[in-house]
Structures are given as structure tokens and as C-alpha cells.
Write a protein that binds this ligand. Structure first.
Ligand SMILES: O=C(O)[C@@H](CO)OP(=O)(O)O
Length: 345
């Protein structure tokens, strides 16, 4: 776990492992206070959520009505009597961010941007490993970019989730696509997780660099110039997007479409890209345009935030379900894992 904490701290470019470790030591105390909830609570408690996103729909034609798809997960419901309102009252939600696993172009060291390239064999393994790390963390709705490497990562990761729900891509690109992908069974819907694909979460568009080898480009234009294109905040690569431009669409989407889900208590996973996630982390962690320059994200490492009382609290990179890890941080997460243990051991 110490290694996981350090790896995460490296990934965010800061060193705050002491607070992570303090929370780990606090775990023993917390564990003694667990209430062991019975599997029958899971079986008896359920309900359809009637809420949909309160946000505007201006960004993307692919925004589904979550009221038709999202359900209250009874594993998360503390009481059978108020299952319909659980999320509203919980005032806490998990947010998992994951950069896709290694792609075939990452492997070849090519600028990728918005070119739609699949995962490499190593990337597939990374996505499965990431899924193991988050297998005991609740997920109610998944947002991915429109690109296959992020979607593959989300889907592969969810094959490892202990809750066993099925991630289903929402097809809202046309009325026909929406109606032809309807699920007829309410029971089946309850065992599904909506997956919403949005181009706003895509990798930054790398313009004339897309498909070029990064090393050869540095040899040709100079290391400093290429570093400026790759990591400066507001200087775009030729005919591409700067990080600032990428942030404008990614953070707007996060605020308009994802934050309302968290506010209503839904647990969210976002599977996206190095630069769209750097922009979102800049927003979550209130990084300056100078600080974000040194923020690097590894492929396939999930990062957890707790959204509570309107604030995002960074909680590191979740590790295996049998270890304390992030579950020491909140009672809600600990109870969720305990219920999974009760159900599936
Ligand atoms: O090529 C890309 O699309 C990105 C991510 O792989 O590269 P960089 O890390 O240079 O922004």
C-alpha cells in the first residue's frame, strides 16, 4: 500500500503520502466500528431512481436521460425504508478517474490525440489490473471519451468488479439508436451500469503531430519545442489544441454533466486520457497553470476522489479488495466493501 500511495503521489506530481499513511493507521480503529450488514438487506432493498441530471444538455447529443437507466444500488442503500432517496441524503460519492491502459500507439511512441487507436496487450492487462483495484468501490455511472482505448479500459476494468453489474453503452446518437437499444426488463436494468461516451472527454487534439513519432519529432524540432507543445498550458501544437483549450471542453463537461451526478450521490467512474484528465484534475485539485505542467498520469492507474459537501478530497489509488487501502477513509466505502464480502465470500 505504501508503494501504491507513493505511485499515486508521483502521478499527481506532489508528495502528500503522509496523510495517506495517517489515514491507513486510522483504519484499524475504524474497522472495529464496522456494522456488519447482512446480505438480506441487499436482496430486499431496491428502487428506481427518479432523478435525472439537473444540468443543461448543451454539450453533447450523446447525453442520455439517466432517469431511464440509473438505479439505486441496494448495496449502497443504508436502509430499506428510504431506498428511493438514498443518494440525495448520502451527501457523499466516489469519483474514480482512470487514464486508459497503454494503446498500440503509446507502445510505438506516436502522438495519438484524437486518433482512435485500441489498447495494446499490455494496456489490456493494465485495464484488468485497474479493475481489480477498484473492484470493491461502488460505481453507478461511467463516463468515457468517445475513443475506443478509454471505452475498452472501462469495460475491461468492470469485468473485475465484485458487484457484477453489466456496463452498457448508452446509444443516444439518434432517436432510433436510443429506442433500438432499450432494455425491456426492469430487473435487468437494475443489474446494469450506464456508460456515457462523450467527445468532450477525448484526448487533446494533437493536430499535425498526430501519428508522428515523439522522439523523431524532438530530434527534428528540438526537445524544448516539443516539450512546449506537449506540456505547456496555453501553447498549442501546430493546428492542435493546447491544454487550456482541452480543459475548456473537458472541465465544462465535467461541471455540466458529471458534477450533478455526484451531487445527487451517484458514484462515478471516468475513463479518459492523459490530457483531458490532467485538465479535470487541475480543476479538482485547484492546480495553477504552472502546477499542471508537471502533472503526469500513468496509463491504467485508477485514482479515487471522495466528493463530500461540495468538495473533492483526493484519496489515492485504490488497491486490492482484501487490503485496507482507501476503505479506511470513509465509513460508506467500508460498509460497501463489507456488504460485498457478506454477499460473495
Ligand atoms: O500522444 C498523445 O495523445 C498523448 C498521450 O499519449 O501524448 P502526451 O503525453 O505527449 O500528451
Amino acid at each position: 500500500m505504501i508503494m501504491a500511495a507513493e505511485a499515486y503521489c508521483q502521478a499527481i506530481g506532489t508528495l502528500q503520502s503522509h496523510s495517506y499513511l495517517n489515514n491507513f493507521y486510522h483504519h484499524q480503529k475504524l474497522q472495529n466500528n464496522f456494522v456488519r450488514l447482512k446480505a438480506k438487506d441487499f436482496i430486499n432493498s431496491n428502487g428506481l431512481s427518479s432523478r435525472s441530471s439537473s444540468s443543461g444538455q448543451r454539450n453533447c447529443g450523446a447525453i442520455p436521460s439517466l432517469s431511464q437507466t440509473a438505479v439505486v444500488d441496494p448495496v449502497l442503500s443504508p436502509s430499506r425504508s428510504n431506498s428511493g432517496d438514498t443518494y440525495k441524503k448520502s451527501n457523499e460519492a466516489s469519483l474514480i478517474l482512470i487514464r486508459h491502459g497503454e494503446s498500440l500507439w503509446n507502445e510505438k511512441n506516436l502522438f495519438t490525440g484524437c486518433v482512435d487507436v485500441p489498447l495494446s496487450k499490455k494496456g489490456i492487462d493494465e485495464a484488468i489490473e485497474a479493475g481489480k483495484r477498484i473492484s470493491s468501490i461502488p460505481v453507478d455511472v461511467i463516463f468515457t471519451s468517445a475513443l475506443i482505448r478509454a471505452q475498452m479500459t472501462a469495460m475491461l476494468a468492470m469485468t473485475q468488479h465484485r458487484r457484477g453489474k453489466v456496463p452498457i453503452i448508452m446509444h443516444n446518437e439518434s432517436e432510433q439508436a436510443r429506442s433500438w437499444s432499450q432494455v425491456a426488463s426492469e430487473d435487468t436494468k437494475k443489474q446494469s451500469i450506464p456508460v456515457i461516451a462523450a467527445w468532450q472527454l477525448n484526448e487533446r487534439m494533437y493536430g499535425e503531430l498526430q501519428g508522428l513519432n515523439k522522439q523523431e519529432t524532438a530530434d527534428r524540432y528540438g526537445k524544448e519545442k516539443v516539450h512546449e507543445w506537449r506540456r505547456s498550458y496555453d501553447i498549442p501544437p501546430p493546428n492542435g489544441e493546447s491544454l487550456e483549450m482541452c480543459a475548456q471542453r473537458a472541465v465544462a463537461y465535467f461541471r455540466d454533466q458529471i458534477e450533478p451526478q455526484l451531487l445527487s450521490g451517484k458514484n462515478v467512474m471516468i475513463s479518459a486520457h492523459g490530457n483531458s484528465l490532467r485538465s479535470i484534475i487541475m480543476y479538482l485539485d485547484k492546480l495553477t497553470s504552472q502546477e499542471v505542467i508537471s502533472l503526469e498520469l500513468s496509463t491504467g492507474i485508477p485514482m479515487l476522489y471522495i466528493f463530500k459537501e461540495g468538495r473533492f478530497i483526493r484519496r489515492g489509488s485504490p488497491i486490492g479488495p482484501s487490503e485496507a487501502g482507501v476503505y479506511a477513509y470513509t465509513r460508506r466505502l467500508a460498509l460497501y466493501r463489507q456488504k460485498l464480502d457478506d454477499m460473495f465470500q
